[in-house]
Design a protein around this ligand. Structure first.
Ligand code: GRF
Length: 197
């Protein structure tokens, strides 16, 4: 299965996928990495792995729709079977989603705590268990059909950074496991229910 991975930051989820894809039995390969900004560690990780990269900045386009089309055209050049948003901090539009199946990770247990501050919002709410969710992007904010979830405990002395770091460890393992199974076994969407195999 050909993957295009989109990143906006440190790219540790991308790195986990790159490491998994080094095993031919994994079933997927990262064919390109795209970003919405320059100078990020995620792009450097791709370059070190010899993976082609591209950057598509919102500010270089007259409208959000134009950016969406340009991003989709850049992605299409690599003919992916699946687009993986791995810490990509932009919402893509309906035009993009008509052209590609896309999954995204969120550092909370959806449908709880959607948006930019999942770990902070979970901590502020006082939940004792949170985690990470892999979902099929549907155009809403962390609303799409759920592919996989992983739980982590919230410790009494956690701050946002320590909690997010614990979540990210579980998030990476969940992402690698689920994408690999999607690649090897296939997947279907029935309403909101995602089935692998
Ligand atoms: C992840 O926790 C992701 O869910 C969130 O931002 C983080 C990105 O981490 N949206 P990285 O760039 O993969 O290291």
């Amino acid at each position: 299965m050909r993957l295009v991975v989109l990143v906006s930051g440190s790219g540790t989820n991308l790195q986990a996928l790159l490491d998994a894809c080094a095993d031919p039995d994994y079933g997927a390969e990262v064919v390109a990495v795209g970003a919405d900004r320059d100078g990020i560690e995620g792009l450097a990780r791709a370059s070190r792995a010899g993976i082609p990269t591209f950057v598509c900045r919102v500010g270089d386009h007259d409208s959000r729709e134009d950016w969406d089309t340009a991003l989709a055209d850049s992605v299409a050049a690599y003919e992916p079977d699946l687009v993986v948003s791995a810490g990509f901090m932009k919402l893509v539009g309906g035009g993009f989603l008509e052209r590609f199946a896309m999954v995204n990770t969120h550092p909370a247990l959806c449908p709880s705590f959607p948006g930019m501050h999942g770990p902070r919002d979970a901590l502020d709410y006082g939940v004792k268990v949170t985690g990470a969710t892999l979902f099929v992007v549907d155009g809403g904010v962390d609303t799409g059909p759920i592919v996989a979830q992983a739980t982590v405990p919230v410790e009494d002395d956690d701050d946002v950074a320590s909690l997010h770091e614990r979540i990210k460890v579980a998030e990476r393992a969940m992402l690698v496991d689920a994408v690999g199974r999607m690649a090897r076994e296939g997947w279907t969407l029935d309403g909101r229910r995602v089935r692998i195999g």
